[in-house]
Design a protein around this ligand. Structure first.
Ligand SMILES: Cc1ncc(Cc2csc(CCOP(=O)(O)OP(=O)(O)O)c2C)c(N)n1
Length: 570
């Protein structure tokens, strides 16, 4: 009898899965179809967690927030062409926000695509992705899968984190390879995010500038939260005694109730500060590009910590750049203030801030109608705030215009990396994807606070949430429209035309989740909100609270209303 053993073989399907697992990646967010359905089945059969979505953008958003929480790239897997394009929005958003994520898409046969011979879902995905991500790679040979996935992982997390596109032509998956050769081709990424230490002279320059400051301010961006250098960041703020402002996703690095938080006096400190320390915060539109009336007339000098040298001087001159990873830079500053004998800011400065905080909070309280009917953004959010205060472990997702603006200031955060919102791009539609990603990765409950328009972008993922029985409570701020629900019909020829911002009046989003087995609540008062939210969180079940909000409340585009161009001719 023939005693020669036919060599054991592997194939592209198994090598992709082995390569991901070899790099401690255990979860894929995606939507199956040609040519990746069997790849996702095999991944599940090999013990990976596959979370199937209803639209690839939301799978990509889940992968992106998984990357932000874990510092490992979240994986989104899609079919070719239209599926790839749906994922591309999430890849671009991840890159803009510096979240590490890899979009892996199947693609058509190169021979046909490159001659544009009209393949099924034909598209040059590799090049279409390039402008919107950090790196874009294609793997053509099974023996290259190990190095290709390693390359994508390193590109996603190293330096400034971001999105990477990895193109897998369908024919690659079926390619076979000697199993031993395949095993040897796998690559485990070594030290993809090494510490990048700032130059000692850069640290000294920054310390000297800080020492000269009369009105210093620390600005914490989401990069500071991503860095997971929580203890050193908190120690730097507290040991320096410098007031700080958290950008929205940096909330919780120190509790929002912290005495040194200047959030309630934001305009005052931005205008009055003389030295500003930027930690993981870029001087983009969210900070008025570091200039103009937001920053007042007091000349500013910036100390800026960033991993990327070319971020420096992007908008205004930076007096003391610190190039390196945030943990190493903050640790160097912390050591410096301890050895340099840093003196805490003058009481005149900190006292002025306390005074302004007090004045603003008193003024706000005086203007508030505590319990209007119908509810407004404030009254609904105060009820939510008082519940979430008791559960600092709960993840908060937030999007909308007024819903986003008001929740950012009213909902206090107490722990880092617990608030996920529209971020740098101000993108709508992150809600359910971020909620699913946060719930799956953290294993903790999620409360998603959604404008009714914002919710609509990803609302079908309620079925995904119910299918995986995730502890996500979605609160829809229902004011019957985009921003508001009171626009008039402007069509002189049709009395029944629908205003451009209007939705169905009195929509019952709570009935949507019931269609998938979730629990719906309909609330019209803060007391009903309190009861419903408490019950929904306690149940641990997929829930949706339809919160009726006054259609007159809020403003168009929230605090960004001034960005809307106006026609001079009506
Ligand atoms: C992908 C995308 N498409 C459109 C837009 C433009 C926009 C910014 S905010 C918003 C929703 C505002 O309505 P909503 O009811 O959610 O908010 P609220 O005032 O809290 O009641 C839209 C459509 C953005 N930013 N991204």
């Amino acid at each position: 009898t023939d005693t020669t053993q036919t060599p054991a073989m592997t194939d592209g399907f198994h090598l992709v899965i082995d390569a991901l697992k070899h790099n401690d990646i255990d979860t894929i967010f995606g939507l199956v179809g040609i040519p990746i359905t069997d790849l996702c089945r095999l991944a599940q059969a090999q013990g990976m967690r596959f979370i199937g979505f209803r639209h690839e953008q939301h799978a990509g958003n889940a992968a992106a927030i998984a990357g932000y929480i874990t510092q490992k790239p979240g994986i989104c897997m899609t079919v070719s062409a239209p599926g790839f394009l749906n994922g591309l929005t999430a890849l671009a958003n991840a890159t803009t926000n510096c979240f590490p994520m890899i979009l892996i898409s199947g693609s058509s046969e190169r021979e046909i695509v490159d001659l544009q011979q009209g393949d099924y879902e034909e598209m040059d995905q590799l090049n279409a992705a390039k402008p919107y991500c950090k790196a874009s790679y294609r793997i053509n040979r099974a023996e290259d899968i190990g190095i290709g996935i390693a390359r994508a992982i390193r590109a996603a997390v190293s330096g400034r984190p971001g999105g990477v596109y990895l193109d897998l032509p369908a024919q690659l998956l079926a390619q076979t390879l000697d199993a031993e050769k395949g095993r040897k081709s796998l690559v485990k990424v070594v030290d993809p995010v090494p510490r990048q230490l700032p130059a000692p002279e850069s640290v000294q320059r920054a310390l000297d500038l800080l020492k000269s400051a009369k009105k210093p301010l620390i600005l914490l961006g989401k990069g500071a939260a991503y860095a997971q250098a929580d203890a050193d960041i908190r120690a730097f703020v507290e040991n320096s005694g410098i007031p700080y402002l958290p950008m929205s996703m940096a909330k919780g690095l120190l509790p929002d109730t912290h005495a040194q938080s200047a959030s309630a006096a934001r305009s005052f400190v931005l205008a009055e500060a003389d030295v500003v320390v930027l930690i993981g915060a870029r001087l983009n539109w969210l900070l008025s590009h570091g200039k103009g009336k937001t920053w007042g007339s007091v000349p500013k000098q910036f100390i800026q910590i960033d991993i990327s040298p070319t971020e420096i001087d992007s908008n205004v001159p930076i007096a003391a750049p610190l190039i390196g990873d945030i943990g190493s830079c903050v640790s160097a500053l912390l050591k410096g203030i301890e050895t340099n004998g840093h003196s805490k800011p003058d009481a005149a400065w900190t006292g002025a801030i306390y005074e302004r905080k007090d004045k603003n909070l008193t003024k706000m309280a005086a203007t508030l109608d505590l319990n209007p009917s119908p509810m407004n953004f404030h009254s609904a959010l105060r009820a939510i705030r008082d519940i979430l205060k008791t559960r600092p472990d709960i993840n908060v997702v937030n999007e909308g215009a007024n819903t986003l603006d008001y929740a950012r200031s009213i909902i206090d955060m107490y722990e880092p990396r617990k608030r996920f919102d529209s971020g740098t791009w101000g993108i709508m539609g992150i809600g359910m994807g971020y909620a699913i990603g946060a719930a799956v990765i953290s294993g903790k409950p999620v409360v998603a606070i959604e404008g009714d328009s914002a919710f609509g972008f990803s609302g079908m993922e309620l079925e995904t949430i119910c299918r995986y029985d995730l502890p996500i409570v979605t609160i829809v701020f229902n004011n019957n429209g985009v921003y508001k629900g009171t626009d008039p019909n402007l069509n002189p020829n049709n009395a029944n035309d629908v205003p451009v911002t209007s939705f169905v009046k009195g929509a019952r989003y709570d009935k949507m989740i019931e269609a998938f087995g979730g629990i719906g609540y309909h609330v019209t008062t803060p007391a009903e909100m309190t009861a419903a939210l408490s019950k929904a969180i306690a149940s641990g079940k997929p829930s949706l609270i339809n919160a009726v909000i006054d259609p007159n409340a809020g403003t168009e585009s929230g605090r960004l209303t001034n960005l809307n161009p106006q026609s001079g001719k009506k």
